[in-house]
Design a protein around this ligand. Sequence first.
Ligand code: DAH
Length: 365
Amino acid sequence: MSQDSNLVSAESINLAVSSALSEIDKANDLDELKLIKLNHAGDRSPIALANREIGALQGEAKSEAGKRIGQARSVVKEALDNRMVELQNNREDSILVAEKVDVTQVLANAKSSSLVVGARHPLTTIAEHIADVFIAMGYEIAEGPEAEAEWFNFDSLNISEAHPSRSSSDTFYVESLDSGVVMRTQTSPVQMRAMLERKPPIYVIAPGKVFRTDELDATHTPVFHQVEGLAVDKNLTMADLKGTLDHLAKTMFGEEIETRFRPSYFPFTEPSAELDLKCFVCKGVNKKKNFDCKTCRNEGWIEWGGCGMVNPNVLETAGIDSTRYSGFAFGMGLERTLMFRYGITDMHDLVEADIRFTSNFGLGI
Ligand code: DAH
């Protein structure tokens, strides 16, 4: 014992261990513990310094000191390990508490605070609503790109090179007039894509954005939405088309709604028709009552969309035998549908999507 230097004496080592243990015990967090570890088990800790002295000792003193220091080290190490596990657990527990989500709290808060709950845009909900009506009848949803090949938007639909709608005063061309890419002016190109991707019988519905070079005013917007429908099967007739669209009209405007087909022309349908709705405002009786109806301009009917039997040329372009199959198609504006359904008079409300406007339509699907 007399050979022991101060550092390796039982007294010094016991002191080093007890001060290490008491500090380890008091460590409040992992950062503090790291520092304590450095001070009490690091290279310059009293125990490590004592360890260096062993070499200078002889015989029994050397082995005793070695044993003492070895034990001291393992006691300190064990205490550090245990405290580290404890502190890690504490930290995880407090994170769990801090990040706990009270799922009942949001609604309680929303009532009492100024937190504004948003709403889905009515265009989104009406598109989903229409899609649901058709999915219930066995239709699939089809899609196509908004920047569309001119061929799909025009040529494939039997629209001639000279057709006025192709001009850049009506259509947005991408980059240059000869790029062959346009912002689609209608959802009808999805008809061709759907036919090329499938074999008859084909029943698809395709809501989406379309683009035309119109100025924004009360009834026009350069970006608007349409919903396209296409059915290709054996023995389809105009009666199937009329029945399908009457069903859609009833789900949109109520059982009482009256519809009519008015002869029209579209290059991709033959025969073609406009689908009209009996005017909501004057109920078509304006002429009798001498009432000046601004909604239908005294026509008694308002135009909802275009439709017809798919032109055999279009079926053939899609590789469908037009002697075996026939098809019907239709396309209507979603903004128009919303305006009729809810009596919206200004397109700006739909474009701006102010929360004070959209929230009237709720969050419904
Ligand atoms: N694509 C036409 C338009 O934007 C609407 C239309 C008419 C769609 C007749 C059709 C259809 O599918 O058969 O004006």
